[in-house]
Unconditional design. Structure first.
Length: 284
């Protein structure tokens, strides 16, 4: 859980965080967990608006905020949540859904809304790297289609729980190995399953360096994603949300493939998206 105190015009005054996220809370515990961290920001006799996005609005979260079907604007009408403390008025951002092929997002839509708030008139493709990477098409202020890839989760499972855990390092990097792996994945995605086991075999037979294995594994799984998402990024301007090491890896791979991209700070866009949702529903 991360929270920010903001002025009506979107200036951040303070921030806080805790490890009490959706996975560790029952629905009736969310309010107390929130107040434990933000209570000192509140004033008696005034209901401070709290705008929340992400898994807090999932089926297993505080209250389920229904998905909105694309095509639609990324920021929709907020859902009010019943609370017992008169110092807060809580609102949830709805997620987005796509019926065919079936897909959903929660939280990322707020970052897309922040991108549009920061760059009015943006049209193109948004890439949101992460555990479950998202690619979204944006036209006329709307998300028209999107697709999710379990790339980050696949990497974590392979690096931490498969036989590759004996070969893949947790630190270090090899730029050349990453670039070569991207090329291999794009040229022959069907062969990556065999290439994955070769990481283990080469570590046993040729003392493949752990940092090289790490970069290759990352290149293989990101390359598979880019091969499948070619219709999104090819010939389109790509906005990568996430000024992180992972975001830079995506930018490097896209540049290698001849695509143009620009990296944007994910937290800053989350705040802009939350503020846009506040202005749209509450602050008007």
């Amino acid at each position: 859980m991360r929270a920010w105190a903001m002025t009506d015009d979107g200036i951040t005054l303070a921030s806080t965080s805790s490890d009490k996220g959706m996975g560790s809370l029952a629905p009736h515990q969310f309010e107390a967990a929130l107040l434990a961290d933000v209570g000192h920001w509140l004033s008696p006799g005034r209901a401070t608006p709290v705008v929340a996005c992400g898994m807090v609005g999932a089926r297993q979260g505080w209250v389920e905020a229904a998905y909105r079907a694309v095509p639609c604007a990324p920021a929709g009408e907020l859902m009010s949540v019943p609370v017992t403390d008169s110092r807060i008025a809580v609102y949830l951002c709805p997620g987005l859904k796509q019926l065919s092929p079936a897909d959903v997002m929660r939280g990322e839509e707020t970052q897309v809304a922040g991108l549009l708030a920061a760059h009015p008139g943006f049209e193109g493709v948004v890439c949101l790297p992460g555990t479950h990477s998202k690619w979204a098409r944006v036209r006329n202020g709307q998300v028209t289609a999107f697709q999710t890839f379990m790339t980050g989760e696949l990497y974590a499972l392979l690096a931490g729980q498969s036989v590759l855990r004996h070969s893949v390092g947790s630190q270090g990097w090899d730029d050349t190995a990453f670039a070569d792996a991207i090329d291999l994945a794009l040229a022959s995605p069907a062969g990556i399953s065999a290439r994955l086991f070769s990481l283990r075999a080469e570590a046993l037979l040729a003392e493949l360096a752990p940092e090289t294995a790490r970069a290759r594994l990352s290149g293989y799984v990101i390359g598979l994603e880019l091969a499948a998402a070619r219709a999104y990024w090819e010939g389109q301007p790509v906005a990568i949300i996430g000024a992180t090491t992972l975001g830079r890896h995506y930018a490097t791979a896209l540049e290698q493939l001849g695509a143009q991209s620009e990296i944007h700070d994910g937290e800053a866009l989350t705040l802009k998206g939350l503020h846009a949702a506040y202005q749209q529903t509450i602050g008007v």
